[in-house]
Design a protein around this ligand. Structure first.
Ligand code: ADP
Length: 279
């Protein structure tokens, strides 16, 4: 994936802190990209949460080994591998650091038979720790999507995650604000109203700050509403984008996939313009 000629777009999904919906965005975005005809792999590198397998209905699945390669787990049309799948038991804590953690990450990138992928989505642990640094060094060409809630406290730490990605020479392609509002319908008059449970403006603030700090435009790409069905679909291992694509939260995620795919095409165009002799 790190080779200059690789046709796989690697997108690392990062956040400043946990619980902002980074994994929910990763799995639904993966499904939305697959629904648009792309081949998508998901690498769950969240050593603290590793909730991706459960959200994709493969909590107890284990990858199989074929000769010296590891086969990713197929689910919902995606290929999935999680750091949690490398543990002997599901309830075991991943207490890896330094070289062992680094080895596990290398294994998930290099020893897994991913095949030809259009996209590899990486679910990073929250914050700016070892995994983000290690993957940043291994995949300097990865693009980074920063997930935050509208809350000021979440936005401040999200900026740090974006800044660190750029220190590792990864390009921050945009910000996704999750849990932006709850749409309520008045039982009496039927009018709808948006309740901003976590405040407002965090996503735009992160986008503005990162644009100024990194010196290129970092847009706010999506604002996903709060929706109990998004939570429930994650709990049941059937992501909302697949089960209920008409729901507003699912539509925003599908639009985000469309935005990223359009970007991908324009990048691909640029690559085709290079002549081999010009290298
Ligand atoms: P993170 O990966 O940042 O720790 P998760 O994706 O695990 O966050 O989300 C934390 C919890 O919030 C999960 O139970 C998830 O289902 C729920 N959640 C995430 N986004 C939303 C949303 N927009 N509306 C309702 N619940 C959500």
């Amino acid at each position: 994936f790190a080779q200059p000629g690789s046709l796989t777009t690697v997108i690392a999904v990062a956040s400043g802190k946990g619980g902002v919906g980074k994994s929910s965005v990763t799995v639904n975005l993966a499904l939305a990209l697959a629904a648009q005809g792309r081949t998508v792999g998901v690498l769950d590198a969240d050593i603290y949460g590793h909730s991706v397998p459960a959200m994709l209905g493969v909590a107890d699945a284990r990858p199989t080994a074929v000769e010296d390669m590891i086969m990713p787990v197929p689910t919902h049309g995606l290929k999935v591998i999680s750091i949690g799948m490398l543990k002997p038991r599901r309830d075991q804590v991943v207490a890896w650091r330094g070289p062992i953690l680094d080895r596990a990450l290398t294994q998930m990138l290099a020893d897994v038979y991913w095949g030809d992928l259009d996209y590899l989505l990486l679910d990073l642990p929250p914050g700016t720790g070892d995994v983000a640094i290690s993957l940043g060094q291994k995949l300097p060409n990865a693009e980074v999507l920063v997930v935050t809630t509208p809350q000021t406290a979440a936005a401040e730490v999200a900026e740090r995650a974006g800044t660190m990605a750029s220190m590792l020479n990864q390009r921050v392609i945009g910000v996704v604000e999750n849990m932006s509002y709850l749409e309520l319908t008045c039982p009496h008059c039927g009018e709808t109203h948006r309740e901003e449970i976590f405040g407002a403006g965090g996503g735009a603030d992160v986008a503005r700050t990162l644009s100024a700090r990194l010196g290129y435009p970092v847009p706010l790409l999506a604002q996903i509403p709060l929706d109990a069905r998004l939570r429930a679909s994650g709990d049941s291992g059937t992501p909302l984008v697949g089960t209920d694509p008409e729901q507003p939260a699912a539509r925003v995620l599908a639009d985000l996939a469309g935005t990223l795919a359009r970007r991908g095409r324009s990048l691909l165009g640029r690559q085709l313009g290079l002549s081999p002799t010009g290298r």
